[in-house]
Design a protein around this ligand. Sequence first.
Ligand SMILES: O=C(O)c1cc(=O)[nH]c(=O)n1[C@@H]1O[C@H](COP(=O)(O)O)[C@@H](O)[C@H]1O
Length: 246
Amino acid sequence: MATFKTRLSKIAKTNGKVILANDYDCSVKNLEAKSIQNIQKLHSCLCGIKLNFHLLLPLGAKEILKINKTAHRYGLQTIADIKLNDIGNTNRVTAEHLWNLGFDAVIANPIMGLDSLKNLVKSSHKNEKGVITLCHMSAPEAALSYDMEIKMEKKQKLYQLFLNWALTAKVDGIVVGATFPKIIQYCSKKAGKKLNIFSPGIGTQGGSTNQVISSGTDYLIVGRTILNSKNPVRVAKELQLQSFGK
Ligand SMILES: O=C(O)c1cc(=O)[nH]c(=O)n1[C@@H]1O[C@H](COP(=O)(O)O)[C@@H](O)[C@H]1O
């Protein structure tokens, strides 16, 4: 089987670079049916779907597996957004559960340390699964931590260290918030084709699709801008076109 990176780029060539963040509030019922409907309605404008704790906590394994299988039937890649960050043994068991649930990739937090990250990447790649690590998050207050100056070999910012670790550990991609286009530009220049950049924070959080695409983002992660709109298909199509640089 091809790698996660290859599988995602293949579907993105025809469908564009939008990944749906399939997030719902606690008040929403029928999460499984809603998610499957989203895939059926929106799949032609998406390359992937990301499931967060919004679904992973209330739903059971059977429902999650069904959502992942449905996404795969339409050629979409699926990402578990749990920002995994623990000791090696816990990471290993967690990843195994996620792969059994049918996910193609996991979002992890590199604060776990370089060696743990390398181990996670190695075992995930053995299973043809992907690892995406946080580099700089989208919330404005995230700058306080990700822009923090640290002294590790040289003076640098935390996100610069996380970018270097992502490159060293050979992760598949990094998350850089759409609300920080200059940092996307910096990471894109440094990483070249070695890493994909995933940018959440479009629309509702204030990020602009055109700006992040021209800054070097590879994939857009979009939730509420699509899900809360009166016409999700139309919005997803617009984002798809913009993701092609049109
Ligand atoms: O890892 C993420 O996906 C993530 C990182 C980040 O820095 N900011 C961020 O918003 N996210 C996630 O991306 C999605 C964005 O959703 P919307 O703001 O509704 O488009 C949510 O699922 C967030 O949890």
